[in-house]
Design a protein around this ligand. Sequence first.
Ligand code: AQP
Length: 334
Amino acid sequence: MENAKKRIFSGIKPTGDLTLGSYLGAIKNWVGFQDEYECLYCIVDLHAITIRNDPETLRRRAREQLAQYITAGLDPKKSVIYLQSHVSAHAELGWILGCYSMIGELNRMTQYKEMQKKQANNLNSGIFTYPVLMAADILLFDTELVPVGEDQKQHVELARNIAVRFNGVYGDVFKLPEPFVPKVGARIKSLTDPTAKMSKSDDDPQGSVYIMDSPDAIMKKFKRAKTDSLGVVRFDPENQPGIANLMTIYSAVTGRSYDEIEREFDGKGYGVFKPAVAEVVTDVLRPIREGAEHYLSDGADELERIYREGAERARDLSEPVLNRVRRVIGFVER
Ligand code: AQP
């Protein structure tokens, strides 16, 4: 029955240090998928180079991200965990699919429109074709489900459209993927601007809690978190976005409902609530950070073994799909 498991692909780009948002919004859910699905979890470093990176920083982030995946609970024995740049099939299929993607449809991508404004000084064609590479990431493994945030749903739809177009020409080559927006995915906001997403590439490091932050730094960030003058711990995102964000974090970490949290902090001010949130966050991040620190020092050989094995398994899984594609297109057999 092993083959009856549906296949999942997901990745995070190493464009910044992973945050509490990356953990609660993505990785924590991925951990839970591992028994029910056949999962591939990637560090999508090819996607990261649409912005300019310092080479040493990119290398450090990719290794650190891999270490954090593992110590957060992604298990290399259950899932395929690897670096995208180690599997050149991604780039090969990306090129091929680019020839089956229309400029008009890429032009309609919301994220591209945003990037046109945000990154006007380096509007490289990688930003434009990013969704094609993402389609390749997904289709390369006969992926059925792609766990994504709302903002990436459009890209999964595009991958599906490209697959339908390709299958229309050549027959049943690609499996059609579905976006999978998990029900319990917490959307974590910035601590300094609770109307904006907590982002790993935020210019203001005070707005994001990083997985590698020390307990001291975490406490300071939460104590300074933007709230309001009402002084009541109540879930009201409209009027108290800062407190609602802290409650979302507290709830995601402890599993308590908003009602329970309101009762727990009834009559207590933010001076009690904020440190309490910092404490539970520190407790959940500490083992991930300490485990990652080990993989980046004494455990470096083991980390290397894990990513090499992961890449080998990913290459093995991609080969039959890529061979199908090469054959139907008309490339000479190798
Ligand atoms: N604050 C967040 N709350 C909930 N989920 C989040 N994710 C990221 N931040 C939060 C989820 O993490 C996954 C991978 O995201 P990504 O790194 O590939 O891209 P992103 O969503 O663009 O993340 P960032 O941190 O905002 O990166 P930058 O700053 O580089 O653009 C996704 O599933 C996302 O929903």
